[in-house]
Design a binder for this molecule. Sequence first.
Ligand code: HEC
Length: 130
Amino acid sequence: MKNLIKILIVFAMGLFLNSCYYDSFPEYSEEIDPPEVPDVVSYETDIMPLWEGQCVACHNGNVAPDLRPENSYNALLNGFVDAGKSEESSLYLSLIHAPGVSPMPTPDNKWPASKTELVKAWIDQGAKNN
Ligand code: HEC
């Protein structure tokens, strides 16, 4: 009889622990919830503000590309952005931590797709100074 109670208790605990499994939330996935990218990406409104703070902390004129607002466009088009070709632009490749380029902003910090997809779209739309 005692054994039966033990078995029942273990069985009940198993049910209880299992029920927790169903409480977990589905993980955020960019495929389910793709980042929104405007049809026309503006350098001034959408892209330039991305460099504020984190990137400019290092890219302040001492390290190329110079990402301070007044210089960033020209600096980026000078070797870091191949207009129309995001996959050949070290700016985009560094943000998605692609092999062969330095990972930005740091090796253990990768921007979410909501930001990197904006940069990609801007480059693929011709990297305009708009
Ligand atoms: C902690 C300092 C630091 C921060 C923060 C930083 N960078 Fe850099 N970045 C560097 C240094 C130093 C180099 C040049 C040496 C190298 O390639 O590692 C560089 C190189 C680059 C390059 C050229 C990469 C290549 O391999 O050709 C790009 C593009 C770049 N950074 C963009 C950015 C952007 C955009 C951000 C913000 C998301 C950023 N960086 C944040 C220090 C930094």
